[in-house]
Design a protein around this ligand. Structure first.
Ligand code: SF4
Ligand code: SF4
Length: 164
């Protein structure tokens, strides 16, 4: 994602201006199109609909240098605040040891678990947003995410309608 506050980057930075982001993103899309370049942003690709945002819901298998298994590419250390959620096992001399119960519980991070997403017209494109972001912001995507996603999805729909 091009805009996602994380770690030290989440503290003391100027808040994102959603409208400025949308305006500049749309300008970039138009320029990319002139050069036949496909420019897209996670959560706004209208040809990719889903009920979950990414494989962090239990299908990713990311092995850290220390041999831990994570389903989120941002959670790569045992002392990460979300390690207890996304670290599901380890690799050692015995092989892959996965806590299957914990891994299967991650399925709850899908779109249908988030009530406030249900009326959203962009829900199957956004799929409820990045689970890591969601959990970092009190189990709700930041408002700027929703504003940006809805506007860009709407832009993509109009652009497709005009093309056709
Ligand atoms: S939860 Fe977010 S940061 Fe983690 S793998 Fe999925 S998209 Fe990436
Ligand atoms: S834009 Fe916001 S409300 Fe809509 S599906 Fe995404 S996270 Fe949910």
């Amino acid at each position: 994602m091009p805009f996602s506050a994380i770690g030290s980057g989440a503290i003391g930075i100027t808040p994102l201006n959603p409208q400025l982001f949308i305006d500049n993103y749309v300008k970039s899309k138009k320029i990319a199109k002139q050069y036949d370049i496909h420019l897209s942003m996670a959560g706004t690709q209208i040809d990719k609909i889903n009920t979950y945002f990414c494989g962090a819901i239990g299908s990713n298998c990311i092995v850290t240098p220390e041999g831990q298994i994570s389903t989120c590419s941002r959670v790569t250390k045992g002392n990460d605040p979300l390690a207890s959620v996304f670290m599901i096992g380890e690799v050692n001399k015995s092989g892959f040891l996965v806590d299957e119960k914990k891994a299967s519980e991650l399925i709850h991070l899908n779109l249908y678990s988030f009530n406030y997403c249900q009326p959203c017209f962009a829900k199957y494109v956004c799929s409820g947003g990045c689970p890591h972001d969601r959990l970092s912001f009190g189990n709700a995507m930041p408002e700027y995410w929703c504003e940006i996603v809805r506007n860009i999805v709407w832009y993509e729909i109009r652009d497709l309608a005009i093309e056709q």
